[in-house]
Design a protein around this ligand. Structure first.
Ligand SMILES: [Zn+2]
Length: 167
């Protein structure tokens, strides 16, 4: 098997188990029994206590995980349920809405952690950040191009005159 494919499958397997993408031993989230608030359920830990892998590189890091992965899979599920119910049971519109929306909302709630873990796995696969500072830490590891120097004032522009002090 190709090395890259094997590495990708390893990261996906770790994400499905909600484990650190780097070492695969420590959890990304608090265990269910230690959750005290709803926010604890959705919020990843700061980083892996074993290998130090930072789970949230920057503010809003998991936005794409929710919008693309969680809502994406939820939408596919909703369409599949809709087609199944519509073509097999011919339900009324209110029953159809309840039949589609309820499982999709539940799915999005319980899949939110896995969405973030899968996003971490994807990001770690395509843009691994290491402890030596190359890559990661909020960026792609690439440096910004040098900025152009500040443009000089036009030659014929009047120079500002400091007001004379009269004592
Ligand atoms: Zn780790």
């Amino acid at each position: 098997m190709n090395h890259d494919l094997r590495r990708a499958l390893l990261y996906v397997r770790r994400a499905c188990l909600l484990k650190c993408p780097e070492c695969g031993t420590r959890p990304i989230f608090l265990p269910i029994l230690r959750i005290r608030r709803l926010r604890d359920y959705f919020t990843p830990l700061d980083g892996c206590p074993r290998c130090g892998y930072a789970y949230e590189r920057e503010t809003g890091y998991f936005l794409l995980a929710i919008w693309a992965i969680n809502y994406g899979f939820g939408s596919i599920l909703g369409i599949a349920i809709y087609c199944y119910l519509e073509f097999n049971y011919h339900l009324s519109l209110p029953m159809l809405l309840v039949g589609v929306i309820t499982p999709v909302v539940l799915f999005n709630f319980f899949f939110a952690r896995h969405s973030k873990a899968l996003f971490l796995a994807l990001d770690h696969y395509f843009d691994p950040h290491t402890k030596d500072g190359s890559g990661g830490g909020g960026g792609s590891g690439k440096t910004n191009p040098p900025t152009s120097p500040v443009p000089a004032a036009p030659v014929d522009a009047p120079t500002p005159v400091e007001p004379a002090l009269h004592v």
